[in-house]
Design a protein around this ligand. Structure first.
Ligand code: NCD
Length: 304
């Protein structure tokens, strides 16, 4: 089992299933209100050099529920990067304080740079527009709960497929299962070529389109994403694309009865609030699952 997780590309199907089984044990402990103590001598460093609400707080909650302790570094401005320190030196420092490092950083590839500096357990919590593997694991776990399995599904991804790191990680993860992919985006925000090549090499089926209406009837899952404002070099392009899609209750009700609507959150306006009370809305279940999934990931990374 892994102790450092950078990309879902590196996970085997058997490992994903093992994480899910471990997550179920964590869920049971949470339901029973049991307090764990076996992490009481362990410290997790949560390094968040980009904004975060759910990922940082659910990682912290997960470690606290496991009985462990947390230290934090939040924001570039308050860290030694501001003085010109390299990421390598920062990680070489933190590894002396913590048993596990969780890091979010604005640059693609930063998680790989970090593990070149340490052998300590490490979880990538988002490297720029690259990947966000722990989010993808909790997304897949949620899909499995909602749909009963991860095989024989048609999964649509809509929105910013170019910069949306959760999309990249979830596509790699679902490529281990019998999934058909439909990528719905404006031409400017298409899924990266390297991901299409990865699917081609594995012989997996996907299609690309700009409109959801034409494919809606086929979908079991619609994974909606925010247009990633912070990744645009040209803000005029963002302004032009920011309202590309809006999923509302009327649209959802034209899809399959058990269509699951997911979103990693935060949402801006791409899902109307009138979807929230439909049985199809699955995004707050993703939030709920984030704690037991991250408990499982921390436990497995520290006890691999
Ligand atoms: C996502 C992220 O940070 O990539 N959010 C999250 O971790 N739940 C998605 C986003 O910011 O749009």
């Amino acid at each position: 089992m892994f102790s450092q997780l950078i990309s879902t590309k590196d996970l085997q199907r058997s490992e994903i299933e093992k994480i899910f089984t471990h997550t179920q044990k964590m869920e049971k402990m949470l339901q029973e209100g049991r307090i764990l103590t076996h992490m009481q001598n362990k410290i997790m460093a949560a390094l968040f050099y980009e904004p975060s609400t759910r990922t940082r707080l659910s990682f912290e909650t997960a470690m606290l529920k496991l009985g462990g302790k947390v230290i934090n570094a939040i924001g570039m401005d308050n860290s030694s990067f501001q003085k010109g320190e390299t990421l390598h030196d920062t990680i070489k420092t933190i590894e002396n304080y913590a048993d596990l490092i969780v890091m979010r950083h604005p640059e693609i590839g930063s998680a790989t740079t970090a593990i070149q500096a340490t052998n300590k357990p490490f979880l990538n919590a988002g490297d720029g527009a690259g990947e966000h593997p722990t989010q993808a694991i909790l997304d897949a776990y949620t899909i499995q709960q909602a749909q009963g399995n991860l095989d024989k599904l048609t999964v649509g991804f809509i929105g910013d497929l170019k910069y949306g790191r959760t999309v990249h990680s979830l596509v790699y993860l679902l490529s281990h299962f019998q999934v058909e992919f439909i990528f719905i985006s404006p031409a400017e925000l298409k899924i990266p070529n390297e991901i299409k090549k990865y699917l081609d090499d594995k012989g997996l089926v996907y299609q690309e389109t700009e409109t959801v209406q034409s494919v809606l009837a086929n979908l079991d899952v619609l994974y909606v994403t925010r247009i990633q404002k912070e990744r645009f070099a040209n803000q005029a392009e963002y302004t032009q694309l920011k309202d590309s899609y809006r999923i509302d209750a009327n649209l959802v009700q034209q899809g399959k009865k058990n269509l699951s609507i997911l979103h990693p959150l935060p949402r801006i306006n791409e899902i109307s609030t009138d979807v929230d009370n439909l049985p199809n809305a699955t995004y707050f279940q993703q939030v709920k699952n984030s704690v037991p999934v991250r408990m499982a990931l921390i436990d497995l990374a520290l006890n691999h």
